[in-house]
Ligand binder design. Structure first.
Ligand code: ADP
Ligand code: MG
Ligand code: MG
Length: 889
């Protein structure tokens, strides 16, 4: 029979799948001998069974009550015992951390009788009634479905009436009155009474936590973080300890290092006389952790010791939640903490220096996504005035956007294409949609461990929190700065998550330090430790990776930049961009040519221009391979728009003029070439087979450029790539022409020129017949954009706007297949083509040049599939280098 409940002493951190992150880490701390209030965990398996059937699995309650007995024995108190009641917390916790996304219910076990008992044994009536009202509030909203705003309104009203600035100023009688009010609210809203039976409270709380897995904000968070929907949450049931028992009690959150910068040293927020939820909710302002050292040196010393134990045990940055009950320290949670990209690099480097982890582990701890984030620009504040205010730099980066004051407005304006900054006093999990939509989050309350800070850091979103100098008026939709400046909704502000500064208006951007380092290829004088750490991670990645990294670049400038970023060649040089601008006229002439002579003249005029293009790129990439793709897009893309032409002609006619002969000629060409499905039409290799002289001209330009560079004493390495091949015969025809032209160039120039000829694999038929195609191809390059389009039958430009969001919502795929390679479908074609291509030609060079070449997850797939290189946009080259290294670990 399945087992559904584990005591803390029976679990460990390797059981996160079953016990959730929170439960398994509580078990781990228990085994390490740290002071954890006793408790047990109901497994994610029980949750999955409950969600599938709507009922708790058989035998689960029996196990729960057995474990409860163990806990009661350990605590020396019974649940529901009126004189000295045992109180419980019922906490959610999934495999992956989802801060604040699901429910937790505290103080289970209180009722009209035991509240009196608690008052007596604790010696504090106020505390007992405060705990009771918290229970009713949490239970009422999460378990019984009452709108939490009703409770909040009631407590706000009472505070107004008493002139109390915060909860701490309500006295025992006030809180007892609040309990009555809350009970009435529940009865009015649900027709049910708040349950007095502790056993019923426990049971319903557990089921509510199960159910919160499917709550709206939990689902949204999972989609954003690509967490699977079918994991379920575990439920931790644990003895309560109390941080709200007076000034010698309190709660806090702490990190073993600064999660924003990675700097070593304890770091956190503490709130005297409070329960843990008050710290995270940002309801009252916290004090820095160091202050605890003065308030309670004994507990502080023990806390430091426990955190050292944890960091050495986990060999990573840990964050913890703790509570001090009358001078006694309790550990309530730990996990390997979320951190900014900057901190991730710095910590990985430092832990390696400290000998806690190996260089390879250090590389595994950083990510390409984080590196991309560090490459984003920063504010250039040299030319702007003073900031409006300073808050805490909670999540770094520079963001500019219109101030908005609630989640719904943020979502609406962002959907209309506007950049927005979500401004709140503090955020709650309900603000999640707005936080996702916004460029940055700005709050006037709460510490670096408040909800806003934690969630923003997890998302890599800019956040400044606790900007107390700002007075935020949500109702009036504006905030006021200390100098009297009023910022109304819609006004643009700039938020610097690295310094905590908030500026009026848009502040200009400059390159980040990491970007400057990557661009120059060298560290800077006094460069930040993050730059140094990035350099070390990239160096390690370059040592261990097997995949080469090339860039997609069409100009000498892009090629040069890519090279500075570490590209080992060009994997895709598109020639169509060379057909635009002032050359359009020549291209038009080529397309419209009525005679061979006219066409030859147009092609002959294009030849020297193309030669120059190629020469420049080969120079920038001297000594490295440059894969040049023959013309790919349908020719009509180079002609004017059909409707525009028709309108021009009609307008001339309406004026009584004769339309321009050229326009009429163009329109008939456009009509002739119109395609219903251009993506599946006359393009790629098909152009080369149908338009006489086109391939020859392009190849001649390449060949002559190579001859010219060779004569100049350089080492040009051009490769010729044929797009959209579906059958080996197409490739053979083009290849023979390439060889003929290159022979001519060699003869004429006296420089022997030969270039490898290969093909793109971007049609399913090419992948399916890769063994034959490889007979004519010296290399393959997967064009995964087209291969994704043609495998799925999706027209990328249409579907992304039209229905992808519905597909993502309904979970058809967790991420767009154009962003991350679809391993099951497209990936299968890739693997097949690799195997069959190499069976024909063992030394076949294989790469990828679609956008997937710079996507971290896809890079790992390409490594596993045995490719030789990935090629991506120049700015993604460092990301791809890093991920190629990580893939090889
Ligand atoms: P989350 O996953 O949102 O952090 P938690 O389960 O950690 O939710 O609970 C929320 C808060 O309740 C925490 O800040 C914690 O301090 C407090 N809490 C949870 N369990 C206990 C307990 N046994 N005793 C005292 N406080 C608790
Ligand atoms: Mg917590
Ligand atoms: Mg293509």
């Amino acid at each position: 029979m399945a087992r559904y409940v584990y005591d803390f002493a029976q679990g460990g951190r390797d059981m996160a799948g079953l016990l959730g992150g929170k439960g398994s880490n509580l078990a781990e701390m228990t085994r390490l001998g740290l002071p954890v209030p006793p408790g047990f965990v109901i497994t994610t398996e029980a949750c999955r069974a409950f969600l599938a059937t709507g009922g708790e699995p058989e035998g689960m309650w029996q196990e729960v009550s057995e474990h409860l007995t163990t806990v009661e024995t350990a605590a020396g108190r019974l649940l529901g015992q009126p004189a000295d009641p045992l109180l419980l917390s019922v906490r959610s916790g999934a495999r992956f951390s989802m801060p604040g996304m699901m429910e937790t219910i505290l103080d289970i076990g209180l009722n009209d009788d035991s509240v009196l008992g608690l008052a007596k044994v604790s010696g504090s009536e106020r505390f007992a009634w405060d705990s009771y009202r918290r229970l009713i509030q949490m239970f009422g909203s999460t378990v019984m479905g009452v709108d939490p705003a009703l409770f909040e309104r009631a407590i706000a009203l009472l505070k107004d009436l008493r002139g109390a600035p915060d909860d701490v100023h309500l006295d025992t009688a006030d809180l007892a009155q609040l309990v009555e009010t809350y009970k009435n609210i529940i009865h009015l809203e649900t027709g049910e009474h708040f349950p007095q039976s502790p056993a019923e409270q426990l049971r319903r709380a557990v089921l509510a936590v199960f159910q919160s897995w499917n709550g709206e904000r939990a689902r949204l968070y999972r989609r954003r973080e690509h967490i699977p929907d079918d994991l379920g949450t575990a439920v931790t049931v644990q003895c309560m300890v109390f941080g709200n028992l007076g000034p010698d009690s309190g709660s806090g959150v702490a990190f073993t290092r600064d999660p924003a910068t990675g700097r070593p040293g304890l770091y956190g927020d503490y709130l005297p006389n409070a329960q843990g939820e008050d710290v995270v909710a940002g309801i009252r302002n916290t004090v820095p952790l160091a202050e605890l050292g003065r308030l309670d040196p004994h507990s502080y010393a023990r806390l430091c010791e426990h955190m050292r134990t944890l960091e050495r045990h986990y060999r990573d940055l840990c964050d913890i939640e703790f509570t001090i009950e009358r001078g006694r320290l309790w550990m309530l949670q730990t996990r390997v903490g979320k951190r900014t990209a900057e901190a991730a690099f710095a910590i990985a480097a430092e832990l390696a220096d400290e000998g806690l982890i190996t260089p390879d582990e250090s590389l595994a701890r950083v990510s390409g996504e984080g590196l991309a984030r560090l490459m984003f620009p920063r504010f250039d504040t040299s030319a702007v005035g003073d900031p409006l205010a300073h808050g805490l730099p909670a999540s770094p980066g520079a963001a500019v956007g219109a101030a908005v004051f609630d989640s719904a407005v943020a979502v609406r304006r962002a959907a209309a294409g506007e950049n927005v900054v979500l401004v709140r006093q503090e955020t709650t999990p309900d603000d999640l949609p707005g936080m996702i939509a916004a460029q940055a989050v700005l709050t006037s309350r709460g510490g670096k461990t408040s909800h806003a800070a934690v969630v923003a850091r997890g998302m890599g979103k800019v956040c400044v929190c606790g900007a107390e100098e700002l007075s935020v008026d949500i109702e009036a939709r504006r905030f006021t700065a200390p100098d009297g400046t009023v910022v109304e909704e819609g006004t643009v502000i700039s938020v610097d998550g690295s310094t905590g500064a908030v500026y009026p208006g848009p502040v200009p951007l400059v390159d980040s330090a990491v970007m400057r380092f990557l661009e120059s290829g060298a560290g800077e004088e006094g460069s930040a430790s993050a730059v140094d750490a990035v350099a070390r991670a990239l160096a390690r990645a370059d040592t261990v990776r097997r995949l080469e990294v090339r860039a997609n670049a069409d100009t000498p400038e892009d090629a040069a930049r890519a090279r500075r970023f570490g590209a080992q060649g060009i994997g895709l040089c598109r020639t169509e961009h060379m057909f635009l601008g002032e050359r359009r006229k020549l291209v038009e002439e080529m397309i419209l040519a009525g005679t061979d002579g006219a066409r030859d003249r147009a092609l002959a005029a294009l030849l020297p221009l193309q030669r120059e293009d190629f020469s420049g790129i080969l120079e920038a990439m001297d000594g490295l391979p440059v894969t040049i793709r023959l013309l790919d897009p349908p020719l009509h893309e180079f002609l004017p728009d059909r409707t525009e032409l028709a309108v021009r002609i009609a307008a001339a006619e309406a004026r009584g003029d004769l339309p321009a002969a050229h326009d009429v000629e163009l329109l008939s060409a456009v009509n002739r070439m119109h395609e219903e499905n251009p993506m599946l039409g006359l393009r790629g290799v098909r152009l080369g087979l149908v338009v006489p002289g086109l391939v020859a001209m392009q190849v001649r330009a390449i060949g002559e450029a190579v001859a010219e560079r060779t004569r100049a004493g350089c080492s040009p390495r051009a490769e010729i790539m044929v797009p959209l091949v579906g059958d080996v015969r197409e490739l053979r025809i083009v290849r023979e022409e390439v060889e003929r032209v290159l022979d001519e160039v060699s003869a004429a120039s006296g420089v022997p020129v030969s270039c490898p000829v290969g093909t793109m694999i971007e049609l399913p038929r090419a992948a399916l017949t890769a063994d034959r195609i490889a007979a004519e191809a010296e290399f393959f390059s997967f064009g995964t954009n087209d291969l994704t389009q043609t495998t799925w039958g999706f027209s990328r430009d249409d579907v992304e706007a039209e229905f992808f969001s519905a597909y993502l919502d309904k979970g058809v795929f967790p991420v767009s297949p154009f962003e991350t390679l679809d391993r099951d479908g497209v990936g299968r074609l890739v693997r097949m083509a690799v195997a069959e291509g190499r069976a024909t030609r063992p030394d076949l060079k294989i790469g990828v040049c679609g956008e997937h070449g710079g996507d971290p997850d896809s890079v790992h797939f390409f490594h596993a599939a045995g490719l030789d290189y990935v090629s991506c946009s120049p700015f993604r080259v460092p990301v791809a280098r890093l991920e190629a290294g990580r893939a090889a670990l």
